[in-house]
Design a protein around this ligand. Structure first.
Ligand code: SF4
Length: 328
């Protein structure tokens, strides 16, 4: 059974008189123990999609269509009280810049303990304290540092402490939004290795939201590429992010552009081309392919018809008229 099944999810933000459709009929499934990376530039809807699972969307956002099913239970329409029973226990979220979210006047162990006692009041204090030390050790911090204050930790250690806290109630799904942003490269590598390890040890399903393709490649089995509120390509990470003889083999021109903007360290030294232009205005209806105005391979049909999502190989699909042509 899938841990998470999102079907046809549509999320709008109210802005003044109008609204912006941030996520437009997105469907996604995550299996037990699977790690899925969601990538795309700022404003593509990846964080909104992540926040929708624990129903932590901002107050001006509304889910106008679709379903979110977590461990077989439908979530949309649940009360705050009901969601509070599921958050931390079934799904935990590591927010962007989470390492700065620790309370500076409380010791680390106390903050993790509080999370356990709030969400599992039936757990005895001794058991909860033992679990705190286990968690601290699990994320690679010596239990002797459990009584430290956040300012006594480096950025990487604070991020580890946040990850320990997110695992306090043994969730089946962890959603991490840019878990390595603002960390130095050594701490980034350590956090990515930690996430990969935790996932195997705890049989955790992981959704990692990032703009960093190499981070996704290190940790995730599958990648989902979002552009302007929709999924444009998804598939096994090794297939979608592959370069064959230095040439990107992704199916969607947007994925190719993302990869083109990411230097290949083993290849020839070239200036990364980048992607010109801006994503479309999501407060207005869009005709045709959302990427058409920036796509170097756009055709006439792209400006008038929305490309369907086609399967390229089992598990790998793309929403592009070029993929339709090569599949037929
Ligand atoms: Fe480019 Fe057309 Fe494919 Fe859109 S559908 S990505 S415009 S080729």
């Amino acid at each position: 059974m899938s841990v998470l099944r999102i079907s046809d999810l549509t999320i709008d933000y109210r802005l003044g008189e109008g609204s912006v459709r941030a996520v437009d009929h997105v469907s996604l499934e995550i299996e037990a123990g699977e790690a899925v990376g969601i990538v795309g530039e700022s404003g593509c809807g990846k964080t909104t999609l992540g926040l929708s699972v624990p129903l932590l969307l901002p107050t001006n956002a509304s889910i106008s269509d679709g379903q979110i099913v977590l461990n077989g239970e439908s979530l949309i329409g649940r009360s705050e009280e009901e969601m509070n029973h599921l958050r931390w226990k079934s799904v935990a979220f590591v927010f962007q810049g989470a390492m700065n979210a620790l309370n500076p006047v409380h010791r680390i162990d106390k903050q993790i303990l509080e999370a356990i006692q709030t969400h599992e009041p039936e757990t005895s204090k001794d058991d909860a304290q033992a679990r705190v030390l286990e968690l601290i050790e699990l994320v690679g911090i010596s239990p002797s540092r459990a009584k430290s204050y956040p300012h006594e930790f480096s950025g990487g250690m604070r991020q580890r402490a946040m990850i320990a806290m997110s695992l306090a109630c043994r969730p089946s799904l962890l959603i991490a939004d840019e878990p390595t942003t603002a960390l130095d490269v050594i701490s980034q590598a350590q956090i990515l290795a930690l996430l990969g390890e935790l996932r195997r040890q705890e049989n955790l399903s992981l959704v990692m939201i990032s703009h960093d393709l190499s981070a996704i490649k290190k940790v995730c089995d599958r990648i989902v590429v979002m552009y302007a509120g929709v999924i444009v390509e998804s598939g096994p990470t090794d297939t979608v992010l592959r370069r064959k003889n230095g040439v990107v083999t992704a199916a969607h021109p947007y994925t190719k552009a993302l990869m083109g903007a990411h230097p290949d360290l083993s290849g020839e030294r070239i200036l990364a081309p980048g992607l010109v232009g801006n994503p479309p205005d999501l407060s207005k209806p869009i005709t045709g392919c959302r990427f058409a105005a920036r796509c170097p391979e756009a055709m006439e049909v792209c400006r008038t018809q929305t490309p369907p999502t086609v399967t390229i190989t089992p598990g790998h699909s793309a929403a592009c008229h070029l993929a339709v042509r090569s599949a037929s």
